[in-house]
Design a protein around this ligand. Structure first.
Ligand code: OXD
Ligand code: MN
Length: 597
């Protein structure tokens, strides 16, 4: 196909990539519905996609068992010096990394089509949006990008002849020789997978994986790793946060941005159905949030994506009725199990466990089988237009003004249900010291509890210490307009392993306390770790929590916090001279408060 593109720089980059990767053909994506249907039909014909009889226009994919999640050990931040990447990123010298990857890219698209996917993160033309162009040899990636971003000709038009774009080169790393039979999920072996970022050039090179954040390069690679480094230079924030609007019975709107590591219920919270009478919630985004200080002096947020790439296991009418409805049609499923009636299934969904399934690896499965039927990181992809809780103005190019920041993680002990920071600096300290128990969204084995500052450990595109400083300085610029900062933990358990808090829609009670704090309507008790509600400050009407559980949920166990404190100290020490003094002061202040409590 001849290039529909008048942009000399883009045309040249595509020609260079084609000369290196040597595809059989080049195809420029127009982003149309017809294109989506045609590529899906091709994948059904080749056996890669299974149409689902029970869900109109929905398809199941099964990946290679080596390609099921983000691989942090194969993800690189190739800044000029290791110090710029900092101790939380994997670093390789850019020259060396490019040399290795060029030899992998050499001829890697033989026998395949090279798709050129122009895309916009953020509404086209928004002052907060960025344009990227992904080159990929995966039609699965093209279809997912259609749902997750704004793809095609209208992006090329916005780019014009010399607009700025972020080049994203992706190959599954599985050339096809003439006559060679293709497999259902071609990819490269683990040791040849590279997800590489070159922040100095705003460049992304990904090789060997076709899965999720490794391959849909607009998401984690562009919108978080590269965007966070651009945001630091340009004075804004690119964050791993959901965006939620809460509306009180009186019609007052509160905007919440929340950072949680993957598999901490972020999508569920973004689609919460408040149980408190009269309260409503609207979804603006479930994963990524770009924020800029606008002329009103407040921090405005947009969701740069257009869809959800959510974890399927655990999604049900109980945990997330909005998602359960959303997935009834027009969805892509990856690594879920298949029922005999042509539906998808996963662990912890509604209804009885089927007597027979085809599991995510394509094998027969029965309830006696030892392994789960769906992979724990099985995913759904769905466009936001399918989501009944999506705010009518979710795409407003000006974004929404943020009132509240939430940090959190999955911790069965120690961390109370909710507390508020004493100040902006203390709030940044809470974000910086956030931790969570390990999840299935990453392939690598990690410690049972790991520090995941701002839920950005895998996604921060520069030195984490400098990132903390950027947050502190953003607070200085916001002054009295700075959002309030809270920390939550929905995942506390008692000694017998029973959940202490019902979670899901009931979390609205905790969110209401925050809104009331913003409006100065409700009190809090000062503790060494922050401001905690008294039981009577929370609206618990109509909720029956077993006696003693609320006390446990709102308790500060000083001895356990002293142990927690030492972990923080060890983590902060790793940042060396990049740890901002103001955060070190927060650390010392916590130590003093714990000592005197
Ligand atoms: C995600 C993640 O997939 O954070 O959103 O892992
Ligand atoms: Mn995420």
């Amino acid at each position: 196909m001849t290039a529909p593109c008048r942009h000399v720089g883009l045309t040249r980059w595509v020609e260079e990539a084609a000369a290196m990767c040597r595809p059989q053909q080049i195809y420029w994506c127009d982003g149309s519905r017809e294109e989506y249907d045609r590529l899906m039909a091709l994948m059904v014909e080749s056996g890669t996609a299974t149409p689902l009889a029970k869900r109109p226009n929905s398809f199941l994919f099964r990946s290679d068992p080596s390609d099921v999640a983000r691989i942090e050990a194969r993800t690189y931040l190739s800044t000029l010096t290791p110090e710029e990447a900092g101790p939380t990123n994997n670093w390789i010298d850019p020259g060396e990394l490019k040399k290795t990857m060029k030899s992998l890219y050499d001829g890697c698209m033989k026998g395949r089509t090279m798709y050129i996917i122009p895309f916009s993160m953020g509404p086209i033309g928004s002052p907060l949006a960025k344009i990227g162009v992904q080159i990929s040899d995966s039609p699965y990636v093209v279809c997912n990008m259609h749902l997750m971003t704004r793809v095609g000709s209208r992006v090329l038009e916005a780019l014009g002849t010399e607009g700025e774009f972020i080049p994203c080169l992706h190959s599954i790393g599985a050339p096809l020789e003439p006559g060679q039979h293709d497999v259902h999920w071609p990819c490269a072996p683990i040791e040849n997978k590279y997800i590489s970022h070159f922040p100095q050039e705003n460049l992304i090179w990904s090789y060997g994986s076709g899965y999720g954040g490794n391959a849909l390069l607009g998401k984690k690679c562009l919108s978080l790793r590269i965007a966070s480094s651009i945001a630091r230079r340009e004075g804004w924030l690119a964050e791993h946060m959901l965006i939620l609007r809460l509306i009180s019975p009186e019609g007052r709107k509160y905007h919440i941005a929340g950072a949680f590591p993957s598999a901490c219920g972020k999508t569920n919270l973004a689609m919460i159905q408040p149980t408190l009478p009269g309260w409503k919630a609207e979804t603006i985004g479930d994963d990524i949030c770009w924020m800029k200080i606008r002329p009103d002096g407040r921090l405005h947020a947009i969701n740069p994506e257009t869809g959800f790439f959510g974890v399927a296991p655990g999604t049900s009418y109980r945990s997330n009725p909005t998602a359960a409805e959303m997935l009834k049609e027009n969805a892509i499923f990856t690594n879920c199990a298949l029922t005999d009636k042509g539906d998808v299934w996963w662990e912890d969904t509604d209804g009885p466990v089927p007597k027979h399934l085809i599991d995510w690896k394509g094998w027969d499965w029965t309830p006696e089988s030892e392994e789960p039927a769906a992979h724990p990181n099985a995913r759904f992809t769905s466009h936001i237009s399918q989501c009944r809780s999506a705010a009518g103005d979710w795409e407003d190019p000006e974004g929404v003004p943020i009132d509240i920041f939430l940090f959190g993680g999955r911790r069965s002990t120690v961390i109370p249900l909710v507390f508020e920071s004493f100040s902006w600096d203390h709030g940044v300290f809470l974000g910086a010291t956030a931790s969570s128990e390990s999840t299935a969204a990453i392939l690598d084995k990690v410690a049972p509890v790991r520090h995941d500052p701002f839920a950005m450990k895998p996604f921060c595109g520069y030195n984490m210490g400098d990132y903390f400083l950027h947050w502190l300085e953003t607070g200085d610029r916001l002054g009295k307009n700075a959002p309030r900062i809270f920390y939550v933990n929905w995942f506390r358990k008692n000694d017998d392993g029973r959940w202490l808090w019902p979670g899901f829609g009931e979390n609205s009670r905790v969110l209401k306390w925050m809104c009331d704090r913003v409006d100065g309507k409700v009190g809090a008790r000062e503790t060494p770790i922050g401001l905690i509600p008294e039981e009577e400050d929370l609206d618990l009407s109509g909720l029956s929590v077993p006696p003693g559980d609320m006390e446990e949920l709102l308790k500060v166990d000083t001895e356990a916090w002293k142990a927690e404190y030492f972990d923080i100290e060890v983590f902060f020490d790793r940042l060396g001279s990049h740890l901002p003094e103001r955060l070190d002061a927060q650390r010392k202040a916590l130590r003093e408060r714990l000592r005197h409590f």
